[in-house]
Design a protein around this ligand. Structure first.
Ligand code: FAQ
Length: 315
């Protein structure tokens, strides 16, 4: 029986076909997907906080409407992703418990503060820009429900990226202090955005990583370093258009490679943030737990309503 499961699964993967919830799959494939999709879902809902911080202070009604829509989109992405994870046989309540107890991670990037309005521009431009680079290949992920969820998510992320670029564009065409605010935001978000792609493919940090296995299974289509390079290549010309300087003295075009060379992410800082010691880790989790507790009555009411409807249909 076990061998049959393995060979059907291997044949689907080898033919680059999608694995669906009804298909037999190795436990390790299921666990890897639960880990990655749950982390992704957690990132979306924790990721509402840094920008949520600016909704009441957005500089105009138009900016406020756009920001509310963007933050709502992030909640929606969380919902698609929790639903995709549930198709693997895990309960959403269990996933939220794992987030709240620190057993599962969310993206390092959301542990940095949004100090000025320009940070909303930098998040859209850099953080959503990095998210798109990482997620477009996930539209071809071997697990069907995750791949399909990513299609709509990527379309919405493109709008998010443009709105961030436009915030910075306007600031860069504003006053001296607006330009300084945009530059300061770019300085603070550049390196954390590069760290979003995860640890490097080689060296000490790569040991114990998931990339090789996830690529063999068609979950990941590119390595962390390859996506990071693609992101740098895409973003440097955009920074030039904006008139922003990126805070990396090693950034230079390499004619031979046909790519931008760039400096090393501070991986000690990355691991510190992952261990819970970033500027906003405690605040983010505390806020999330409180929101969850405050929402208990909604979950209870929804459960009671669903039970009532189910018993009505039985009659
Ligand atoms: N933060 O071997 P790998 C968004 C962990 S975008 C925290 O490379 P893997 C949109 C990794 O989990 C952000 N942890 O692992 C938005 C593993 O630890 P583990 C979310 C990280 O899974 C924008 C260890 O390091 N996007 O939310 C990070 O093969 C604006 C070794 O790493 C996704 O989650 C990190 N940056 O590759 C929302 C995309 N990097 O689990 C609101 C889907 C690595 O063994 C506002 N995920 N780690 O304990 C992925 O593509 C992958 O999971 C990677 C990591 C590429 C993130």
């Amino acid at each position: 029986q076990r061998e049959q499961v393995g060979s059907d699964f291997d044949a689907l993967i080898a033919a680059d076909q999608r694995i669906e919830p009804r298909d037999a799959m190795p436990d390790t494939y299921r666990e890897t997907l639960i880990r990655q999709i749950a982390q992704h879902a957690h990132s979306e809902i924790i990721g509402m906080q840094p920008e949520g911080n600016w909704i009441t202070r957005a500089p105009s009604l138009r900016r406020k409407a756009i920001l509310i829509a963007k933050v709502q989109d992030e909640a929606g992405h969380g919902l698609y992703l929790y639903s995709a994870a549930e198709t693997l046989g895990i309960d959403r309540a269990e996933l939220l418990d794992r987030l709240h107890s620190g057993k599962q991670k969310y993206s390092s990037i959301f542990n940095y503060p949004t100090l000025t309005w320009a940070d909303c521009g930098a998040i859209g431009w850099l953080v959503d820009g990095a998210a798109i680079m990482n997620q477009v290949p996930l539209c071809r992920c071997s697990y069907g429900p995750y791949a399909r969820a990513m299609i709509r998510v990527c379309k919405e992320e493109s709008f998010h990226q443009r709105q961030g670029f436009e915030i910075l564009w306007n600031l860069m065409h504003g006053t001296e202090s607006q330009r300084a605010m945009a530059q300061d935001a770019a300085n603070r978000w550049w390196w954390p955005a590069l760290a979003m792609f995860g640890p490097p493919d080689t060296g000490e940090a790569a040991k114990g990583g998931h990339t090789e296995q996830s690529m063999a299974w068609g979950i990941k289509r590119f390595s962390n370093d390859d996506l990071r390079q693609k992101f740098v290549d895409m973003t440097v010309p955009q920074a030039q258009k904006l008139g922003l300087t990126l805070p990396d003295p090693d950034l230079r075009w390499n004619d031979e490679r046909g790519h931008w060379d760039f400096g090393e992410v501070d991986w000690d800082e990355f691991w510190r943030v992952l261990r819970g010691d970033g500027p906003c880790n405690a605040e983010r989790i505390e806020h999330r737990r409180r929101a969850h507790e405050d929402g208990a009555w909604v979950r209870e009411a929804a459960t009671a309503y669903a039970a009532k409807q189910a018993s009505k249909h039985k009659e």
